[in-house]
Design a protein around this ligand. Structure first.
Ligand SMILES: NC(=O)c1ccc[n+]([C@@H]2O[C@H](COP(=O)([O-])OP(=O)(O)OC[C@H]3O[C@@H](n4cnc5c(N)ncnc54)[C@H](OP(=O)(O)O)[C@@H]3O)[C@@H](O)[C@H]2O)c1
Length: 349
């Protein structure tokens, strides 16, 4: 059965619940980009927020519990092992009642083994523990790209989405478009005088970028906004869809330089994928690199917009928008030093 999509009914978005009642919420993935923003949004609404985190968190384990306490001010932290079923009851739930679980947890690398272990496996443990603890509502941060599941991490996410839908719990599955951090990787290249890299002519794809803060508010609203209950929710940021070429043009405008693009053919990535796939049969680490190249190719050729399954075309008009932060304002803040670029484990450029 196809899950109900928010866009199916063209229902107007209800206003964020200003009178949301205080809830007790367990947040997963709170040490990540969206998890941190969501934790702070929930705290700001007056909810009692508990974050279940690992002892060493952040990109390559750079964050100790004291760092997390500072970054997640207002929430309580519980440290445990999310891959251990016993740790969920002992360290996370501790026999206490929660009104909801909000998960922004995801594999940091996107490599197949990691994705199945985290996006699917850890979430299965979280769901089983949530049911055992009597949690009524599970809010899941997913990704819009699972609508065309080609890559292992997309299949792992989709498999868990289906288990959540069938779980009997109230659920909200949020599938956002591209994050600002994923569209800012070339700022330093351009500052160093290099060209902006595009696949094809830079107009092969488009997205409606969404800021961390706007997505966090959207996720927090899922608890009280009944229009977001038992729904798959594709969501983008404000304004028109933007192509990579437009991103480059705006960055050059902010730098006060004429735009300069270097075009890369997606066929170049195909060649790399072919070589790494063959080599990966002998050296397993290269198989992971092949998957990362496949991820790069996917984003080089697929838009982060709602896909019309009947026509196979991406549809910007059918992609709902939320919030007020724009990518171009963020670029301006990056350029004047008011915002800092964030790089993850799997930055492509
Ligand atoms: N980037 C985009 O443009 C984009 C667009 C749409 C959707 N998305 C999706 O949005 C989601 C969140 O993205 P994000 O950028 O916020 O992710 P992120 O910064 O990489 O954070 C991932 C979180 O998951 C936790 N985690 C990973 N493996 C774990 C494990 N084994 N045990 C416990 N915790 C673990 C991390 O904890 P540690 O700090 O302990 O590592 C961290 O809190 C992902 O599912 C992604 O696919 C991304």
């Amino acid at each position: 059965m196809r899950p109900r999509m928010a866009s199916d009914s063209q229902r107007p978005e209800a206003a964020p619940a200003g009178n949301a009642r205080p809830r007790r919420v367990l947040v997963l993935g709170a040490t990540g980009t969206i998890g941190q923003a969501t934790t702070l949004a929930l705290v700001a609404r007056g909810h009692e927020v508990v974050c279940f985190v690992r002892a060493r968190a952040g990109v390559r384990g750079r964050l100790a519990p004291a760092d997390n306490a500072q970054r997640l001010a207002g929430a309580s932290l519980r440290v445990g092992n999310l891959t251990d079923p016993e740790s969920w009851m002992r360290d996370a739930f501790r026999g206490e009642a929660f009104d909801g679980v909000v998960s922004c947890l995801a594999s940091r690398t996107g490599a197949p083994k990691d994705a199945w272990a985290v996006d699917h496996g850890v979430h299965q443990l979280a769901l089983a523990a949530s049911k055992a603890a009597g949690v009524p509502h599970f809010v899941l941060l997913s990704a819009i790209c699972v609508q065309k599941p080609v890559l292992a991490f997309q299949q792992a996410k989709l498999a868990f989405e289906q288990e959540l839908i069938a779980s009997g719990l109230r659920w909200s599955i949020v599938r956002p478009t591209a994050f600002f951090k994923s569209l800012s990787g070339q700022v330093e290249r351009l500052r160093r005088g290099k060209a902006f890299l595009v696949f094809g002519d830079g107009r092969l794809t488009a997205c409606k970028p969404i800021s961390d803060g706007d997505l966090a508010e959207y996720l927090a609203d899922c608890l009280d906004n009944t229009a977001r209950h038992d729904r798959v929710l594709p969501i983008g940021g404000p304004g028109e869809a933007i192509t990579p070429r437009q991103q480059g043009e705006r960055l050059f405008e902010l730098l006060g330089r004429p735009p300069r693009f270097q075009q890369v053919s997606p066929a170049f990535l195909d060649a790399i994928i072919g070589v790494l796939t063959v080599a990966g049969r002998i050296v397993p680490a290269l198989a992971d690199k092949a998957e990362l190249a496949r991820i790069g190719r996917y984003y080089a050729t697929e838009s982060m917009l709602v896909l019309d399954q009947a026509t196979g075309r991406y549809d910007a008009a059918a992609t709902p928008s939320t919030g007020s932060d724009t990518l171009f304002d963020y670029y301006a803040r990056l350029m004047n030093g008011a915002a800092l670029p964030e790089r993850g484990d799997h930055a492509v450029f």
